[in-house]
Design a protein around this ligand. Structure first.
Ligand code: PEP
Ligand code: MG
Length: 588
């Protein structure tokens, strides 16, 4: 494609791997950034408040329509839109704006802008990260009303009728939920990071995405030709012929390799020297079992059960839980399903009254601590799990264990639940494996003692890294320090696995670290027995395991353990495994 414009390379953050080449489609170039303030004559105040109310109604209707049309694969991400809808109905927020229009005799846009800023700063000042993140929701809600007030049409992504690459300042959850796979090839945004909602959606939909580009919307015009390299976090605007040819070639290779990898994903992950690893999927809802099966998962290594407890006013009852767990167990049978008991609070708040008011929730009453303080709620879940275990191959996993007592107490409750079911003559299976998440440094240090009490370990690196390196996993200011290759993290993982091996118990890994091919040589060298990850990552991990030899990775680990920084370790990985790793799906 010969264009007059010069080729420009933009560097952002990798949101989701893959390559796409196509025409750009600008989503929100005409933002509503510049808001004028003006005075309203007293006789027009009523008209002004009505104008505001109409904008709110329109915004609400728009959102209701979007929620109705959310595609199936994104259904469980739609909860966030329901939250937005509630905010649209928040009387305090609107009352404040209407009062301001009347009292200060100012235009509705200005009152909305001011009130939004005040409310956002209120949320930002709350230490709880969950509540803090609500500030972004206020902004999305306010923006939709503002667009209606100033008469800018929100681009309806669902109505795009040609194949394009979306270019946006930021994509709101409402916008990402409108993406149709036949039309959208990929997307890029000025804002956002790897852990943002937008990036998670891109990976769920397996669309290439680059985020955090800062000024893509200023540089790129609708219909410009762009190349998106999701794995490298690069966008090329107005590519020269040579670049285009190179990327078309790469995109073809990528698609072939992806198809190839997917084709072989139902085969076992056997290393180059013959050791088989079980590669399982992480799920949050029963619907995701399909994705695990489609991507060749060897079971469910982590079923995060807290999502059934969130966004509601009451706790689910035993029957509701039993039905869900039984469904998953039956669908996966004979493969294992590892049900992790409730891990609420921390970064996953609940809306029932049991939610606590804590200044430091990550170190607070979360997960097993919450459950042991609320034995009624815990026992209900344990009973549902034991009953579902009669229908499949279920394992139990306890989160956030920090000492032996928590395991002993939990097993006592499990035994009680089993004898209650026995005396009620309800079918169940008490003979299930019980494991613990190792995600708190104290648990890692006494892993040998904990190993005497359980059947397996599962390392949760998301939290283990957070607590080991003292980095809030949701805090973007310290995100640059969050590194799974930190020597302390690698040593700690080795320590846990060694302790498990001495006591003949297996160690799995279910944190994000398990899903990045770059970490595989180290983890295989350490001796992790099984991995669990987002279903979409399973095929490429299985593929990479087949290329690595365990005996070589053990030798490699010796070198890794001599490194004194994550950067040096990274260099060593690329120097040693460059060829193998770069043949993987995530890189060129
Ligand atoms: C972890 O901490 O690594 C983990 C898998 O659990 P979650 O991300 O649910 O805290
Ligand atoms: Mg965790």
């Amino acid at each position: 494609m010969q264009t007059d414009a010069r080729e420009i390379i933009l560097k952002g953050i990798s949101g989701s791997p893959g390559i796409c080449i196509g025409k750009a489609y600008l989503v929100d170039k005409e933002g509503v950034d510049v808001i004028e303030k003006y005075t309203i004559p007293p006789e027009n105040i009523r008209q002004e408040t009505n104008r505001f109310k109409t904008a709110v109604t329109k915004a609400r209707n728009e959102l209701e329509d979007i929620i109705k049309d959310v595609p199936e694969e994104l259904r469980h991400h739609a909860a966030i839109l329901e939250t937005h809808l509630l905010l649209h109905k928040d009387k305090m927020f609107y009352g404040k704006i209407i009062d301001m229009i009347k009292a200060e005799r100012i235009n509705a846009e200005w009152a909305l802008k001011e009130t939004t800023a005040q409310t956002k700063s209120m949320f930002n000042n709350i230490p709880d990260p969950y509540l803090k993140s609500r500030a972004a929701d206020i902004e999305h809600v306010s923006e939709r009303i503002m667009r209606n007030l100033v008469g800018i049409k929100d681009v309806n992504i669902a109505s795009i009728d040609k194949r394009v690459i979306l270019v946006a300042h930021d994509l709101s959850p409402a916008q990402t939920s409108q993406i149709q796979l036949e039309k959208i090839m990929g997307f890029i945004t000025d804002r956002g990071g790897r852990a943002s909602h937008t990036s998670i959606i891109a990976r769920t939909l397996e669309l290439p995405a680059v985020l955090g580009l800062d000024n893509a919307t200023r540089i790129i015009k609708t219909d410009s030709i762009i190349v998106v390299d999701g794995a490298k976090g690069i966008v090329i605007v107005n590519p020269e012929d040579e670049t285009l040819i190179r990327y078309e070639e790469l995109a073809k290779k990528y698609a072939l390799r992806k198809a190839d990898i997917l084709r072989t994903s139902d085969r076992p992950a056997e290393s180059a020297d013959g050791q088989t690893f079980s590669i399982m999927g992480n799920i949050e809802l029963p619907e995701e079992v399909v994705a695990v099966k489609d991507h060749g998962g060897d079971g469910i290594g982590l079923y995060r059960t807290e999502f059934l407890y969130m966004n509601r006013d009451t706790f689910p009852d035993e029957q509701e839980l039993f039905i869900q767990y039984k469904e998953v167990a039956e669908l996966m049978y004979p493969q294992p399903v590892t049900i992790r008991t409730l891990d609420i609070n921390g970064d996953k708040a609940i809306s029932t009254k049991a939610a606590t008011d804590e200044t430091n929730p990550a170190l607070g009453l979360r997960a097993i601590r919450f459950c042991l303080q609320n034995p009624g709620i815990f026992k209900t879940q344990l009973r549902a799990i034991l009953r579902a275990a009669a229908f499949g191959n279920i394992r139990l996993l306890l989160p956030m264990i920090s000492g032996c007592e928590e395991i002993i107490e939990s097993i006592q409750l499990l035994n009680q639940a089993a004898s209650d079911l026995e005396s009620e003559a309800l079918p169940h299976n008490r003979d299930i494996k019980v494991g613990i998440m190792i995600e708190v440094p104290s648990a890692a240090v006494i892993a040998d003692q904990l190993a005497d009490l359980v059947d397996f370990f599962s390392i949760g690196t998301n939290d283990l890294v957070q607590y080991t390196l003292a980095i809030d996993r949701g805090n973007r200011h310290v995100a640059y320090l969050y590194n799974t290759l930190h020597p302390a993290v690698i040593r700690m993982i080795k320590f846990i696995v060694d302790a498990g091996k001495k006591k003949q118990i297996k160690t799995f890994m279910c944190g994000e670290m398990a899903s990045e091919i770059i970490n595989l040589p180290i983890l295989m060298g350490i001796g992790i027995d099984a991995f669990s990850m987002a279903p979409q990552s399973i095929p490429s991990i299985k593929n990479m395991i087949r290329k690595i030899s365990v005996s070589e990775s053990r030798l490699f680990l010796k070198e890794v353990l001599k490194q004194t920084s994550a950067a040096d370790t990274m260099q060593l990985i690329t120097d040693t495994y460059g060829d193998t790793l770069t043949n993987g799906i995530y890189t060129k």
